[in-house]
Design a binder for this molecule. Structure first.
Ligand SMILES: [Zn+2]
Ligand SMILES: [Zn+2]
Length: 352
């Protein structure tokens, strides 16, 4: 079947909760990114990438819901009838791996590849983190619905349109996770590597590079050297970087991003958010992660506790560059960068 070159938007039904959409964007010959278009929020679904080769398809990341993966697979089927022989997981988080089982069921011989650290994390924490989510999300959903009913945001101000869309999107995603919980099987990678791996698929070369820790311990970047396309997982997330207090490695993150920049990508497909054609945002993330690390190291050297250290952290320059005066984005920045990111940097500086 010939490739369909028309760009098109697929409307994906996210269970019964709401209509979310993803945009299937053609990046290069045979390379398509399924970019989620739901509003940014505390939750957000991840981008998947289809790499259609001479005889087969490689899929990078499989979204955070079975329904989403089914919809994406249906969209892939409109592009090509070639089989999916390889699935790559950039890291272990549920929003990138939940659909693994959909591809496994449709293509029983498909190989699932990740770094060794990602497979170890998925094996150790995949099931328990899902169980924790299923337990805690009903409260999160009812809190969000409460704010929507009261027409208030999290900090008690009158809710604006962007915040309403964000909360509704978070509710839809969370309800989807709860509704699917009983059907999800943690589907582990079948092949792992430590530093790098190269796939030769017909005329296509696909490099899997572990540039270093950052968002998680096992992050990899998928690099197409001929097309100069970098698929970064959550080492790069737009509009606000996602940092986890107990699982991100802020001290290593900037070096990993420097290596990404040294590849001189022509196109960057981040784990969430729109495709980039220059490295300006990556440069901002490098300066941000370095600043977090330096401020945390200085606080630890002064003998400050995390709570004391927080009071003197200065991130205004980065908050303004990333969130501008957008109230929702400033809130997300506070949650994921100023709070979680600084805690991760402090933990790393203590261990140093
Ligand atoms: Zn993600
Ligand atoms: Zn992630």
């Amino acid at each position: 079947m010939a490739e369909d070159r028309r760009p098109f938007t697929v409307r994906a039904m996210f269970l019964l909760a709401a209509l979310l959409t993803f945009q299937l964007e053609k990046i290069s010959d045979g390379v398509y990114a399924a970019i989620r278009t739901n509003a940014p929020g505390l939750g957000a679904d991840a981008t998947s990438v289809f790499i259609i080769n001479d005889d087969d398809v490689v899929v990078v990341d499989t979204t955070g819901s079975l329904a989403g993966a089914r919809e994406e697979l249906a969209a892939l089927r409109k592009l090509t009838s070639k089989p999916v022989r390889t699935v790559i997981n950039t890291h272990w988080h549920f929003d990138h791996v939940t659909g693994n089982q959909i591809y496994r069921d449709a293509f029983p011989n498909a190989e699932i590849i990740s770094s060794s650290a990602t497979r170890a994390d998925m094996a150790a924490k995949g099931a328990s983190s899902r169980a924790d989510m299923a337990k805690s999300l009903p409260q999160f959903i009812s809190d969000l619905k409460g704010f929507l009913d009261k027409k208030q945001n999290f900090t008690g101000e009158a809710i604006n349109d962007e915040e309403r869309a964000s909360y509704e999107s978070d509710v839809a995603q969370a309800e989807g996770v709860v509704a699917e919980a009983k059907d999800v099987r943690v589907t582990l990678p079948t092949t792992t590597f430590d530093e790098s791996m190269t796939l030769h698929r017909g005329a296509r070369t696909i490099e899997l590079l572990r540039l270093g820790r950052g968002h998680t311990s096992g992050d990899i970047v998928v690099w197409l050297p001929d097309e100069k396309i970098a698929i970064t997982g959550d080492l790069v997330v737009w509009p606000v970087p996602l940092m986890g207090s107990d699982q991100s490695y802020i001290g290593d993150w900037s070096a990993s991003l420097e290596k990404l920049r040294a590849l001189q990508p022509r196109t960057i497909i981040p784990g969430h958010g729109h495709v980039m054609h220059d490295d300006a945002y990556v440069a901002t993330l490098i300066r941000l992660t370095r600043s977090l690390q330096e401020q945390a190291a200085a606080a630890v050297a002064r003998g400050e506790t995390l709570d004391v250290a927080r009071k003197s952290v200065k991130l205004d320059e980065f908050r303004d560059a990333i969130a501008g005066d957008d109230r929702l984005l400033r809130f997300i920045f506070r949650v994921y960068v100023a709070n979680a990111g600084f805690a991760a940097a402090y933990r790393g500086a203590q261990a140093f």
